[in-house]
Ligand binder design. Structure first.
Ligand SMILES: [Zn+2]
Ligand SMILES: [Zn+2]
Length: 257
């Protein structure tokens, strides 16, 4: 599996990055490359085109229906429907309400004929070529899921690798289940411990590190840091609670898993 960080800015797009979007690519035994976008947040469809033609996506897997994770589905609809080489379709795995949300973003009540939403069920799964994505409900003000992606390892041929993406969440059991033993844990770290915030929304760098430690992950990639938060402080907090490899996600970053 290969991961590309398409967008990693938290809550809103930032000057250096679109909002959340991670491209997962994996080859099957016949050599076909399968592509899934994890979230398609504000501004990400533009950056995604640096790495693939959006018509090559086999699926979009959406963690929740906040705009910084799904707003560019409206743009993907336009891209797929009006491309001069012909219309194409893509399956969108998302929480309940995705059809309505996509219509709101498009400013219409007519369902998209090119985006096909499939509703995540609690602890549900999606099989996309050689990839198996399972979801775990997490703790956020709207229905939200962490995604665990299993697929062929690029660094240990013949074995399975695991990438877990937290989506947006406060600390919770579902996140630890999703992240258990993951090779790569892409985890949100929106807050600093010095912030005075309500529980049940996001994690601090310290929380992300602690969750990574509890889940026994191989590598922690901190993400969803908003433009108004100091990245170095988030990294420092996570380093204090996770003994393994920890770094900040960067737009355009490629990681073989
Ligand atoms: Zn968010
Ligand atoms: Zn959110």
């Amino acid at each position: 599996m290969r991961l590309t960080v398409v967008g990693c800015s938290g809550s809103v797009p930032g000057p250096a990055s679109p909002a959340s979007c991670y491209l997962i690519e994996a080859d099957d035994v016949d050599g076909k490359t399968w592509r899934v976008a994890l979230d398609l947040g504000s501004g990400s469809l533009g950056a995604l085109q640096k790495y693939c033609d959006p018509r090559e996506l086999d699926a979009v897997a959406v963690t929740h229906l906040h705009p910084d994770h799904c707003s560019d589905l409206a743009d993907l609809h336009v891209y797929l429907k009006y491309h001069p080489e012909g219309q194409s379709t893509v399956t969108v795995y998302a929480p309940f309400g995705a059809s309505t949300r996509i219509n709101q973003l498009r400013g219409t009540t007519d369902n998209s004929d090119v985006l096909h939403p499939v509703v995540w069920q609690a602890s549900g799964e999606a099989r996309i070529g050689p990839l198996l994505i399972t979801c775990e409900a997490v703790r956020h003000p709207v229905p939200a899921y962490a995604l665990r992606v299993e697929g062929p390892s690029s660094v240990r041929p013949g074995s399975t690798a695991v990438v877990t993406y937290s989506g947006d969440t406060d600390t919770c059991d579902g996140l630890e289940v999703a992240a258990a033993g993951a090779d790569l844990f892409i985890c949100e770290a929106t807050y600093l411990t010095t912030y005075d915030v309500e529980p049940g929304v996001h994690m601090t760098g310290r929380d992300a590190g602690h969750t990574a430690e509890q889940a026994g992950v191989g590598r922690l990639l901190l993400t969803h840091v908003p433009p108004w938060t100091d990245c170095a402080s988030v990294l420092e907090e996570a380093t204090a609670t996770f003994a393994g490899d920890v770094s900040l996600a960067r737009p355009g970053q490629h990681i073989q898993v």
